[in-house]
Ligand binder design. Structure first.
Ligand code: SAM
Length: 245
């Protein structure tokens, strides 16, 4: 997987060098390229924004530097079979979720265009439509200062689904947002901490009973915390022994 990120704050993405994400980079499972948008602004002040046509608050990112930076990212596309994907982080985009992360993990090349200010001149997206598959994506119904954090969220969620990029791939199987239920609670040693005991069942060694308890916990948690997910749980996924609340 090749990621290109075009930003005016390359240093914002430094944490992607750490931990399992850094390892995925080191081992070549992902190739992360960060480009400074200001390298494509040629006036003395390297200006990337200007006032909005029609007036109003804030500034808008100029089309010229974005056009040049995106053209450069296009040159790096490993295959010509299909247009590369251009993800434009935006609170007005499709909401990111685990299913989208799974779909994106199948891509070969993703270009991210995180904006600042009031966003990018809309003509950049129109122009890009013939060169990329353009996908505006929101990471949730709130507004950030800029798109870099949204890019980090997406890159982490996508990368851990790429084969070999997860410390223990079994962790993916039961986790929240994969099978339609939230994950069960987890505990580690000591068995008694400040008077709070680990549930006895987890110390029983009875694997069948533990699996049953965990499944019950998943159902209960999802019912309590995410009634929307509980309602949407596919009827065919219910087990005969499940207590459906
Ligand atoms: N005026 C824009 C609006 O109301 O839709 C918000 C602009 S925001 C201050 C600047 C940039 O941050 C956006 O263009 C986008 O790149 C990023 N951003 C902010 N919130 C985001 C979110 N929830 N998801 C993804 N990107 C976001």
């Amino acid at each position: 997987m090749r990621y290109d990120v075009i930003t005016i704050f390359p240093e914002y993405l430094a944490p992607l060098e750490l931990s399992l994400m850094g390892k995925a980079k080191e081992t070549g499972r992902v190739n992360l390229n960060i480009t400074n948008l200001r390298d494509f602004a040629f006036d003395r002040h390297k200006t990337v924004d200007d006032t909005p046509y029609g007036g109003g608050a804030g500034m808008v990112m100029k089309a010229e530097p974005w056009g040049l930076a995106l053209e450069q990212a296009l040159e790096a596309t490993p295959t010509q079979e299909q247009l590369p994907l251009l993800i434009v982080p935006s609170p007005a985009g499709q909401v990111f979720n685990q299913q989208l992360a799974y779909d994106l993990a199948e891509e070969e090349h993703i270009v991210f265009a995180p904006a600042r200010y009031e966003g990018i001149d809309e003509r950049v997206l129109d122009w890009a439509e013939t060169r990329f598959r353009v996908l505006p994506v929101s990471i949730g119904d709130y507004v950030l200062y800029g798109g870099e954090v949204a890019v980090m969220v997406m890159i982490e969620a996508i990368t851990r689904l790429i084969p070999g990029a997860m410390g223990n791939p079994e962790s993916l199987e039961e986790e929240s947002h994969t099978g339609g239920l939230l994950e069960y609670p987890v505990y580690t040693k000591p068995a008694d901490w400040r008077g709070h005991r680990v549930p006895d069942i987890l110390l029983s060694g009875n694997h069948g009973a533990i699996a049953r308890w965990r499944r019950d916990q998943q159902i209960e948690r999802t019912f309590d915390r995410r009634p929307d997910m509980f309602k949407a749980y596919p009827p065919e996924n219910w087990d005969k022994k499940d207590r459906k609340k």
